[in-house]
Write a protein that binds this ligand. Structure first.
Ligand code: MG
Ligand code: MG
Length: 247
């Protein structure tokens, strides 16, 4: 069932989403050569706690950290580590979820570390653009497939591919609610969106082929061909005449 949020729910969700956004801003300030992904995790964890909130991902199905840190060819769900040190030219996707007053916010960005190869920078830019392409014209009455189709078309037109094993999702009292929001598909297909629905739209775009593999830790999702991947995610609210980005 896809939940419709009442105004009082949305008030709390906006606060959870604002904290998600602020956590990512804080992480961005700390992205530099020599910093470990474990340090980024601690920074996020401390901030979220200090705001009286909880990290949505901590212990979620056993996930061991507060944020996901995915370097270069890691698509998503990278586990922060003291051994993963940011190097010049890296890209790092950071995914943050915050649980506050009974609701979740979920958002991700891919950050550049120092000077990044222009080709890789382009992948990061196109991934962000594909999110905005995905929400173009979106409003109550649109289909989930309209988002999927727009993201896929934009990414592929730019020579990239969309990951299919992992998808966007409804969000609210639970981190992952219905509907699934794939980054590929046909317009006019899938569930119809209504005002008051909140969904996380999250293109995961690969520079090379779309196939992914999972490492033995059962979390880390990497591109099969070892080429870079980027991620961009926001939690959005569907309204009668458009969308409101909450993160
Ligand atoms: Mg996320
Ligand atoms: Mg998500």
């Amino acid at each position: 069932m896809i939940t419709i949020k009442a105004e009082q729910d949305l008030e709390k969700m906006r606060q959870a989403c604002e904290l998600t956004k602020q956590t990512l801003k804080l992480i961005e300030k700390n992205i530099k050569v020599g910093v470990s992904t474990a340090e980024l995790d601690t920074i996020a964890s401390n901030y979220i706690k200090s705001m009286g909130a909880k990290a949505s991902f901590k212990n979620y199905n056993g996930f061991p950290a507060s944020i996901c840190t995915s370097l270069n060819s890691v698509v998503v769900h990278g586990i922060p580590s003291h051994d993963a040190i940011l190097e010049e030219g890296d890209i790092i996707s950071v995914d943050v979820g915050v649980y506050y007053k009974g609701f979740h916010g979920d958002s991700a960005r891919t950050f550049l570390v120092g000077k990044v190869n222009p080709e890789i920078k382009r992948l990061v830019n196109v991934t962000k653009e594909s999110f905005f392409e995905g929400i173009k014209g979106l409003k109550a009455g649109s289909f989930v497939g309209d988002i999927s189709h727009r993201i896929q078309t934009y990414a592929e037109k730019n020579g990239y591919s969309c990951v299919r094993e992992l998808v966007g999702h409804g969000i609210g009292k639970k981190l992952h609610e219905e509907p699934q929001v794939p980054n590929f598909g046909r317009s006019g297909s899938g569930p119809r969106l209504a005002a008051g629905m909140t969904i996380a739209i999250e293109p995961m775009i690969n520079m090379g082929e779309r196939n992914v593999i999972f490492l033995d830790d059962d979390w880390t999702c990497c591109t099969r061909d070892g080429l870079p991947s980027a991620h961009y995610e926001n939690t959005v609210l569907i309204t009668e005449d458009g969308v409101e980005i909450l993160t």
